[in-house]
Design a protein around this ligand. Structure first.
Ligand code: SF4
Ligand code: SF4
Length: 184
């Protein structure tokens, strides 16, 4: 396990993580969070664990992957801490550092989303959902089939992807980002 200082410094150095040391553990964020019941550790607890240097426990947790990005915690925090941004930082660090997440399929959804953008330059909903359900739980697709069919018959869900112009430029941007990330 990395030492205590390095983990909180790592989080504090990311956009939105700057004020993590200002947390007074009042719990307003957890009380306001609509996803707290789904989380292994709610926002207040996650911040306490980061401060305690519990890197492995935090980054292998499914908690941040349940965040809905509603920003209720962030707008209500009396100390200017940004638990929403911290949740997304933790997702990034968990992915980047190869932590295996249990109890949520959100990382699979995110990966399919990114792959769709890379391939088409925009999201192709049918492709994303097909890959998601095939990877996670094919039978669960039956539940959303009526909605999907309704959208399809209203011409709101194209079966085939439509790429954007300038996909080569997009590939260059993504490649540049990877190079910058590798250097940091
Ligand atoms: S609301 Fe802000 S100060 Fe209170 S526990 Fe949450 S992050 Fe910490
Ligand atoms: S932004 Fe995420 S962590 Fe914050 S209240 Fe909403 S769901 Fe909870």
């Amino acid at each position: 396990m990395a030492d205590m200082t390095s983990f909180i410094d790592e989080v504090a150095a990311t956009p939105g993580g700057e004020h993590i040391r200002s947390c007074i553990q009042c719990g307003i964020c957890s009380g306001a969070c609509p996803a707290a019941n789904e989380m292994e550790y709610p926002p207040r607890k996650i911040i306490a664990m980061i401060r305690a240097g519990m890197r492995d426990e935090v980054l292998s947790s499914s908690s941040m992957w349940h965040c809905l990005s509603c920003y209720m915690c962030t707008v209500r925090c009396p100390r200017g801490v940004k638990p929403t941004d911290i949740a997304h930082t933790l997702e990034y660090l968990a992915y980047q550092q190869g932590f295996k997440v249990k109890g949520t399929t959100t990382p699979v959804m995110y990966q399919n989303f990114v792959n769709s953008i890379k391939g088409n330059g925009r999201v192709h909903e049918v492709g994303i959902m097909l890959r998601y359900y095939l990877t996670t739980n094919p039978l669960a697709a039956l539940k959303v089939l009526p909605v999907g069919l309704s959208l399809f018959f209203h011409k709101r869900l194209p079966l085939l992807p439509k790429g954007v112009k300038g996909r080569e430029d997009l590939a260059k941007i993504i490649q540049k980002f990877k190079e910058i990330e590798a250097r940091s």
